[in-house]
Design a protein around this ligand. Structure first.
Ligand code: ADP
Ligand code: MG
Length: 259
């Protein structure tokens, strides 16, 4: 008998409207453990809205999500993060005036136990914890390839390095799932290739990745699975090859009538 591995995440029939605008009209999505899934679709298709629902920034009007066998709390970003989903943002959100290292350390604090009193009185345990956080932050900066910039102010980094820093900060929470909203935006071809390598390494380390991106060629090369949204609906899903040849996808992207 073959044992069936349950998906890491299953979203069921997610609806989300803004006033009269239906941004998500019933999206279901399943993510496998340690896989890379691309979420693509034209501008305004609902990709970022889906991320915002998934990560608890928005509460869906209907639908729910199962993650690691449990229903994910809706509309509660801190609880979602604690369950093991981390993300980056389409518009980079860093603490621009803090150093690169500090930005990653902030991410790590989500995972630590030292309470407010510990932080104020700097107990031995708090100091040990702080040192561990610092060491882990350095490790993550090395992992994403910007350790040499640890003490630079985050806002002075190049666009590509800021995106890497956001990934390091997200990884600092030790997520099972990393959701990246257009991480390659504004990158040149060689930066894109390097980012692709990094994403593959993250998968090899056993994490799942959900990836929004416009560069279809890049995404098709990188992903194990692809889901296509159009006007808030999932119009295709499958392997890159299956999706690429789907007439509805060709129509959504090229605006031509499907055969
Ligand atoms: N906070 C919001 N308030 C009102 N409309 C929104 C909001 N967020 C997204 N939308 C609208 O929902 C639709 C989907 O947007 P979005 O999820 O950002 O698309 P994508 O990321 O695929 O480009 C768009 O029409 C957008 O204008
Ligand atoms: Mg978007």
């Amino acid at each position: 008998m073959s044992s069936v591995v349950k998906p890491l995440l299953q979203a069921f029939d997610i609806h989300k409207s803004f006033g009269g605008l239906k941004a998500l009209g019933g999206v279901s999505l399943s993510l496998e453990q340690a896989s890379i899934t691309g979420l693509i679709g034209p501008n305004g298709a609902g990709k970022t809205t889906f991320f915002n629902v998934l990560t608890g920034i928005y509460k869906p009007d209907a639908g729910h999500t199962e993650f690691r066998g449990q229903t994910l709390p809706a509309g509660l970003p801190h609880l979602v993060a604690a369950r093991g989903i981390a993300r980056t943002f389409q518009n980079i959100r860093l603490f621009a005036n803090m150093t690169v290292l500090e930005n990653v350390m902030v991410g790590r604090h989500v995972r630590t136990s030292a309470g407010v009193l510990g932080a104020i009185f700097k107990t031995a345990a708090t100091r040990r914890e702080e040192m561990a956080i610092r060491a882990r932050a350095h490790e993550l900066l090395k992992y994403v390839g910007i350790d040499a910039r640890s003490h630079h102010v985050a806002g002075t980094l190049s666009y590509g390095d800021q995106r890497r820093l956001e990934i390091a900060r997200a990884l600092a929470t030790d997520p099972f799932l990393l959701a990246l909203d257009e991480p390659a935006a504004g990158m040149n071809a060689s930066e894109r290739a390097q980012l692709g390598e990094l994403i593959l390494r993250i998968r090899e380390d056993g994490r799942a990745i959900l990836l929004i991106e416009h560069d279809v060629k890049w995404i098709m090369r990188l992903c194990d699975f692809v889901t296509v949204l159009d006007y808030g609906l999932c119009i295709a899903e499958g392997s890159p090859l299956e999706v690429q040849n789907d007439p509805r996808v060709i129509e959504a992207y090229l605006g031509v009538g499907a055969a």
